[in-house]
Write a protein that binds this ligand. Structure first.
Ligand code: C2E
Ligand code: MG
Ligand code: MG
Length: 710
């Protein structure tokens, strides 16, 4: 049986150390069939040289060597090659020598000369042991490797894997636990699972664990929250992680067919991402995504709850309706992204003005609602409204734009102004409209009179329908004065309404309603006609030629046949474009820039001059001015108003003027009321001004008188 393989594949190596060359060779031949790898050495030095090359499983050592004492060599081998089994061959037949050799660590001892069979048997036996040892080693390695392999599998599992003993203490945890909860497995082994279950989940967890004891061997999934380690330490922050546990009871089978409960084996999966996603979906259903504020559904729900509570405790509460002033202008001129940014900024500012417990919601484009669940008095609510308005004194900075935005706020109080959600919201809304009508950026409480004023609004609409036929409109004219020469260079036509009951109604109080209900078209026609006739009559009276400014509303310009109708109307009135100046606001232009460019070109071709009214309030980029056939910029009154006080108003006016000069545009200042304002305008090179300083808007006959005097 070659190599005595014994089904083992391991190779056994042997070094024969023998000084007699013949005996050495015969021994080698004798053992070759049984040992795969044999080296030989004839001296101690040769033996050491061989051993320096490799290790040997077996060494057959003749104690009598020419260059060294056998015992010394043996001691050396034992010390340096302890894994080698040494079989000593000795001519010494003293038993002491044999004992000495064994003591020095020899594996076996043969006396020389020895029978070949005995030598073979001894070496084979030793080789067998070696092979066995090799195989054991190999098996141990395999076991270790497979254990490592399983540990790797268990520890790299995306889930927490654990076992609990019958007493509920961890007996094993994989390393995943440290990623998910922050504990090292060793910290938890030996501890009860309760250590990582938050108090409010304990009952649930206990039930689930006990359920496993009942012999129920099914595996069931349970959602639980577990405590994180960091938070055990700090006691704050995000304290738990949601996991889905699937646990199985472990049982030792009993002879009676039952099972002894050993504990639980379980897998826990971190499901916080899924929980987060679910929470996001719920959040989205009840919140406005742009600002993160509650949406109308959630807001209404909160109001409903607050009303119920206020009713129980006999308390008051306030509902506020907040509407941004001129938000549309921002959106139209600067685009939706900037509009969105402004809304976000606004939401933040509002939040900053509130107390804990107040609910702010965004319920529409630029509409917010506010619920103050505990108001002791109206003053309380007024204070918050004032605080909000005051917080809007500072501009918003969005995408490089400085934007001022105001809020009109309407307030309704439970129970005085209504005791249901619907009435409170409706009344707050009404009050908000009232605030808007009265100058904006202000607040107003609901009063029962407001209800009548709403019907008043409808009445305005109705009355306006008859106003034209009844001749209740009148054009007033305000002179525009050249700053250098102090001569009147133009007149702006401004409409007035002589209402039979209300008296003189100003355009801001009815033009927006006319725009909404479509009456603006016939009114505009009348305005243009009246203005043209006036221009004709001044020409006929041989007064110095001046330009006549007519205000146009966005609705008019958007009309597809606006230009044709306008030119036709001029013709009908026997006038050419020369001497007519139309006034358009920036926001009107920005709504449809390309359309506006085309239309204004055609008008300009007819000799009509074009001026941008209320310039500076529309946030428009100046570059568009180059594309438009614009002749004049009218700087908005709000900038002129501040000219006396050292504020940034002055730099804006100087800036606009310088820029307009660069574009070869005329600059007209609106709303000049004091001579110091006029002085300033002179210094910055403004061309002309309008304002109470020179004259208020006046009726046609007075305007004629003014022209005659100049
Ligand atoms: P606007 O075109 O900017 O007209 C200037 C407004 O400022 C006028 O108000 C004028 O009376 C007022 N104003 C002039 N100088 C001063 C001043 O020194 N101090 C103060 N505080 N105010 C001054 P008004 O007449 O009430 O007109 C308001 C707006 O109504 C006009 O603003 C214009 O946009 C619009 N509007 C007036 N007439 C018409 C019209 O016939 N058609 C259209 N579509 N809109 C008109
Ligand atoms: Mg105007
Ligand atoms: Mg103006």
């Amino acid at each position: 049986m070659p190599f005595d393989n014994d089904a083992s594949s391991s190779v056994v190596s042997l070094l024969i150390i023998e000084d007699d060359p013949r005996y050495l060779e015969s021994t080698r031949l004798l053992l070759a069939p049984h040992i795969q790898m044999i080296d030989t050495a004839m001296t101690g030095a040769q033996a050491l040289a061989c051993l320096a090359q490799r290790g040997y499983d077996l060494i057959l050592l003749d104690l009598r060597l020419p260059d060294t004492s056998g015992h010394e060599l043996m001691a050396h081998l034992r010390e340096h090659y302890p894994a080698s089994r040494i079989i000593v061959l000795s001519g010494d037949n003293q038993i002491d020598s044999a004992i000495n050799c064994i003591r020095l660590g020899a594996y076996d001892y043969l006396r020389k000369p020895c029978e070949p069979e005995e030598l073979v048997k001894t070496v084979r036996n030793a080789a067998k042991k070696v092979r066995l040892a090799h195989d054991n080693q190999h098996m141990l390695q395999q076991i270790e490797q497979s254990e490592q392999w399983h540990r790797l599998l268990v520890n790299t599992s995306p889930d927490i894997i654990y076992t609990l003993g019958g007493d509920g203490r961890f007996t094993f945890l994989n390393e995943r636990i440290s990623h998910v909860l922050g504990y090292h497995p060793d910290e938890l082994v030996g501890q009860s699972y309760e250590a990582i279950v938050p108090d409010d989940e304990l009952e649930n967890a206990r039930y689930r664990l006990n359920e496993r004891r009942t012999g129920d061997r099914s595996t069931r999934n349970v959602e639980l929250r577990l405590k994180r380690k960091e938070d055990l330490l700090t006691g704050s922050g995000d304290t738990t992680v949601a996991v889905e546990v699937s646990a199985t009871g472990m049982y030792r089978p009993l002879p009676d067919g039952g099972g002894e409960f050993l504990g639980t084996y379980g897998v826990a999966r971190d499901i916080s991402a899924r929980k987060q996603a679910e929470a996001t979906i719920v959040f989205q259903a009840y919140h406005d995504l742009l600002t993160g504020l509650p949406n109308r559904t959630l807001f209404n729900d909160r109001v409903g709850q607050a009303i119920a509570q206020a009713r129980r405790h006999g308390q008051a509460l306030a509902v506020m309706f907040l509407d941004m002033d001129r938000f549309k202008v921002v959106n139209d001129t600067l685009g939706h992204l900037v509009g969105d940014g402004l809304l976000q900024g606004m939401a933040q500012r509002l939040r900053d003005s509130l107390r804990e417990g107040d609910t702010l919601g965004r319920i529409g484009g630029d509409e917010f609602m506010l619920l103050l669940p505990h108001v002791r008095s109206r003053d309380n609510a007024a204070f918050i409204a004032q605080k909000i308005i005051a917080s809007l004194k500072h501009p918003f900075y969005v995408d490089g734009h400085e934007i001022y935005s105001g809020m009109s706020i309407g307030i309704a109080i439970y129970p005085d102004d209504g005791d249901t959600l619907e009435t409170l919201v409706k009344h707050a809304d009404l009050a908000m409209y009232h605030a808007k009508d009265h100058g904006r950026n202000d607040f107003s409480f609901f009063t029962h009179n407001l209800q009548h004023s709403l019907s008043g609004r409808l009445a305005v609409e109705n009355d306006m329908r008859h106003a034209l036929a009844r001749g209740e409109f009148e054009m007033y004219y305000q002179p525009q004065v050249d700053i250098q020469s102090q001569r009147i260079r133009g007149m702006e036509a401004l409409i007035r309404w002589h209402h039979p009951e209300r008296g003189l109604v100003m355009p801001n109080d009815f033009i927006p309603i006319a725009e909404e209900c479509g009456l603006i078209a016939p009114i505009s026609e009348w305005v243009l006609e009246t203005a043209c006739q006036q221009a004709m009559s001044w020409r006929a009276a041989n007064l110095a030629p001046i330009s006549l400014g007519v205000n146009l509303s966005a609705r008019q310009i958007e009309h597809p046949h606006f230009v044709d109708k306008f030119i036709q109307s001029l013709k009908n009135n026997g006038i050419d474009g020369q001497g007519i100046e139309i006034e358009i606001t920036e926001s009107t232009l920005m709504r449809d820039m390309d359309g506006a460019i085309e239309k204004l070109r055609r008008l300009a071709d007819q000799g009509v001059e074009i001026s941008i009214d209320d310039f500076g309030t529309g946030y428009s980029s100046l570059s568009y001015l180059k594309k438009l056939p614009v002749h004049t910029l009218k700087i908005d009154r709000s900038f002129i108003q501040y000219l006396v006080a050292p504020s940034n108003g002055s730099t804006i006016v100087a800036g606009i003027t310088a820029m307009a000069k660069g574009l070869h545009l005329n600059v007209v200042a609106e709303g000049v009321e004091t001579s110091s304002q006029l002085e300033y305008l002179k210094t910055v090179g403004c061309d002309a001004y309008q304002g109470y300083l020179f004259s208020r808007p006046v009726a046609a006959c007075d305007a004629t008188a003014l022209l005659q005097r100049h």
